[in-house]
Design a protein. Sequence first.
Lengths: 329, 510
Amino acid sequence: MLDATPLTASRLLRMDQKVFESSGVALSSRELEVQLQHLKDTGIQVVTRADHDFPTTLRDIYDPPAALYFRGTIRCDGPRVAMVGSRRATPAGRAIAQEMAHELAAAGITVVSGLARGIDGAAHEGALTAGVTWAILGSGLDRIYPFEHLALSEQVASDGALLSEYPPNTPPLPLHFPARNRLISGLSDAVVIVEAAARSGALITADFALEHGRDVLAVPGPVRSRASVGCHRLLQQGAGLVTSAQDIIAALGYDFSEQLKSRNTKEGSSLEAIDAAGRELLETIPFEPTSLDSIVGDRVATSVLPRLSELELAGLIIRNAGGLISRLR
Amino acid sequence: MRAGCAPALLEEVKSGVVVGILGHEVVVEVHCSHGLPGMRLVGLAGAAVREAGERVRSALVNSGFTLPPRKIVVNLAPADLPKTAPHFDLPIAIGVALSLGLEQRLDRFRNYWMIGEVSLTGAVSPVCGALPLALAAAEAGAAGIITPKANADEAMAAGLPVIPVGDINEALLFLSGKRPIASPLAEAPRSSSRTLLDFSDIRGQAPARRAIEVAAAGRHNLLMTGPPGSGKSMMAKRLPSILPEMSRTEALEVTRVHSVRGRTRAGGGLVTERPFRAPHHTISAAGLVGGGHPLAPGELSLGHRGVLFLDEMAQFGPRLLQTLRQPLESKEVTIARAGLSLTFPADFMLIGTRNPCPFGYHGDDLKDCTCSPGKLEAYHSRLSGPLLDRIDIHVRVARLRRDEMLNERPAEPSNLMLARVVRARNQQFARLDSLMRTNADMNPTEVREYCQLESETKAWLGRAIEGFSLTARGCDRLLKVARTVADLAGADMVAIEHLAEAAQYRAVVS
């Protein structure tokens, strides 16, 4: 029912014939039929460089993909900011990413990230509570990796977009991820690195950002924190230092002061609920993950433990799965 | 050599058999007749019982009897109950002696049960399961029970006259009324020398100590997470020192289980120390839950009314850990095998330890953890959600800080902690109207009834449910632990500070 001339194939894929031929895709009619049916079944759409929907920022990078597979909507006029970082994020790092992504999304900025564990996931989660986020995958859109982000990917697809340059059913091979990072940078106006260890994939994204001429911004961490070594190195090399969503917005050169007016009242109100002894305790808790034991120190455990719950509820400290506590504010 | 009396061809002697941890009556019938000399055992006798024939013959000869050449048939009734234990030696030997007319039994001793293994010399050696058998004898209306000397203290607990014997002759002389043996008058005094490891050895670790105290007070299950060498096992092993002594009822329940597994064979009467079982993680499912042939209780039941300590809990296979779920809920294990289904008690307090990651040092400030996120995830998921759901108290144990190591001040000893635990337990017993149930055993209805909150506290709980994203079960757990914290503080009502402390013991999943 289909003949496999490049013209027909490219039309069916809504691709420019030249692009299609140059993309090196050679499909038999049977394969093509199966692929098209699969795309239809899974709700995955294709946009090629020839389409005017193709993200413009992606056109001017060195090696843009011939086509992008996506789910959701990729029509977007506003600015896009990439937020990436360590997969082995600290709870504090996750909290910061979530909060910043939330505020960026609330200001109408699309938050772009890679759906990975750690910072990426936190950035998507934070953005979803207020606006739009895009997730760029290193696998086919029907093979979500990591698997535990399946539910998150569905939310991203319904509120924003899931994108990949890999056709459906492509496995998440290690070599796909550096290439994926190139798209994260290419799709964004600025790249924010929240936490990155000395050797982190997020640093690859930062390299691409420099290559693509995007702003590289980094969030500093505790001085001795291993999770922030990469960020600190970027800062030494001249990356912009950001401590809040406003810093990011300022770096983009947009004026979002109106949208952000209602923010930044959170800290005051959460601290108010804490009594003097609680505040005193808070001052002794470091920003690095710390064991309960060293927080309690020589004090009586029964006097410290209830106060920690209060601080936790007020969002001033956070506890990770291993039971370590770190201060957030 | 003693001459035989007038031959009494058919004799009956009563004994019992243990199935699981329950004793059942068995009648040993012995018939001797003219025919080809020899002994034949019928009535579903296991290997150990079938060998009794040879033992009994030699034992009787060595006790000074001449056995006339007779055909002897021994029947163990009921014939459908498998009999595997060697404690039938004594009843068979006595039955044979009576049946051959070597001695005559007074009528008033007809209704005595007897148990014991005999050696070739005629001496009676101790057996497993003396308590369950004595209890069954009492229930069946026996007038008394003849036991090996070492088992006498244990059998006494059943409350019927116990006749301790050292060899076959003593038993026969007693039965013929020639030499009376008085039943010991009272139970041997319970050994009160508690030589338990003490908490004064533990320096620092204030939060973990407190968590263990709360766990002990409410009998909550506890999981400690910490790097190697942080003292998790050391603290766990000191848990028995802050648990209240067992009541007599509890001691009876515990001894019943341990008796079957032979722990009391060497004597010593009732088990009075709370069991502390620490199986290695290579244990088999049958070893943990119970099984084997004949069906015997496993570690879960041996920890009944005591502590089951699973060191390095994540190393136990997932299938093993899954088997814990049902006993943790129902406090007993039911084992079904072809043709037989048995229920063993398994009301234990679970205490587990694990490292924060497969490498062991995740979140430690001395060593850098190199585990990948996937590996960490896999490690944490070894303890499944439903299992973690049944653990009320989670605590992170840190490695000792330098100032703690150098601290010369002696730490609080166990007896002070125990006093607080006992006080908190008494409050629970009064409230729950039972001497064995604790806060951890409260069902949802009881939680609502006994953890009523003032409106301000309720509002705080509402915030906690949202802030800590608690499930309905998590909320129940929080309330139960808070109830224990309140009991330790001697408070009638659960207040915010109790809830807030309890919230620190919740499990955090990333």
